[in-house]
Write a protein that binds this ligand. Structure first.
Ligand SMILES: [Mn+2]
Length: 282
């Protein structure tokens, strides 16, 4: 018996979870850590995989087509999992917003949705979204808090309309990263504001928690009555959130490629700063 238990623990055996949440892979950007992700996908399986936005970096691809084989491998790996029975839900982010025109569409067994309510194994309900729609609220947090709910709703609605118009005009989404760069000294503050605004949205939706990405800062946090979960990214920190069968949520930082130095996860500013540097270099 002991032997059998040990056998299931060997590294080549995929660990099975109820759900895996992955975001901000930025396929098509040179910063995407596709090797780490492939490794992770090889060793982790789930009944459901939810892709929480910015999986493909459409902005980057628009400028220069950068799609090496590992990017295809990631897509193939996901499609294969879908064929084998994993339910895969794709929630577009701002970098892959071209997908936002296809809510409800299934392709290759992958469902597209702009938002999703996830019911966990413990009965808790989570609102799952990418999170970029709150940029405008975070930017103007103090003013909107003063003006109240109506202004808050209007700001979000205007942001959604504006980004749709910009998209039609072929303009890039208002850049969170560029803004964050200007605000670098206040970025820790920004992360706190973002969490607060997203948790508020979850509260308004009558759920127990929220699962999002976008700011490349992985965390499982309790904000009073709301559980705030951020899946992080695969540009720098290589993080995912796994739900166990009993509904327990676990943050996984993947450092399996032993030959490479472990990614830093202790400094919140590193991912965004590096992304920007990489973006400027191109
Ligand atoms: Mn994003």
């Amino acid at each position: 018996m002991i032997c059998e238990t040990a056998m299931t623990d060997i590294d080549t055996e995929a660990r099975r979870y109820r759900t895996l949440f992955i975001s901000d892979v930025h396929l098509g950007s040179k910063a995407a850590k596709t090797d780490f992700l492939l490794d992770f996908l090889r060793l982790h399986d789930a009944d459901t995989i939810i892709l929480v936005g910015d999986i493909v970096d459409g902005w980057r691809l628009k400028r220069t087509w950068y799609w090496p084989q590992p990017c295809n491998d990631v897509v193939q790996k996901l499609l294969r999992k879908a064929r084998k029975g994993t339910r895969i839900i794709y929630i577009p982010g701002n970098h892959d917003e071209f997908m936002r025109d296809f809510p409800g569409v299934h392709f290759g067994g992958i469902e597209v949705a702009n938002r999703h309510i996830h019911e966990a194994g413990d009965g808790r309900k989570y609102l799952v979204l990418h999170g970029d729609e709150f940029d405008v609220v975070v930017r103007n947090a103090r003013v909107l808090a003063y003006l109240g709910d109506w202004a808050y709703d209007t700001a979000i609605a205007i942001n959604v309309v504006l980004s749709a118009v910009r998209r039609r005009l072929g303009l890039p989404y208002w850049s969170f990263s560029a803004w964050a760069k200007l605000q670098v000294k206040h970025a820790v503050n920004f992360i706190g504001e973002f969490q607060k605004v997203v948790a508020d949205e979850a509260r308004r939706s009558g759920v127990d928690g929220v699962i999002c990405g976008h700011i490349h800062h992985a965390v499982i946090d309790q904000m009073d009555d709301i559980r705030y979960i951020n899946t992080g990214d695969w540009v720098e920190s290589c993080t995912a959130v796994a739900e166990h069968q009993d509904g327990t949520m676990e943050l996984i930082t993947w450092r399996q490629l032993a030959s490479l130095p472990a990614p830093r996860t202790d400094v919140a500013l590193v991912p965004v700063a590096d992304l920007l540097r990489e973006r400027e270099a191109a």
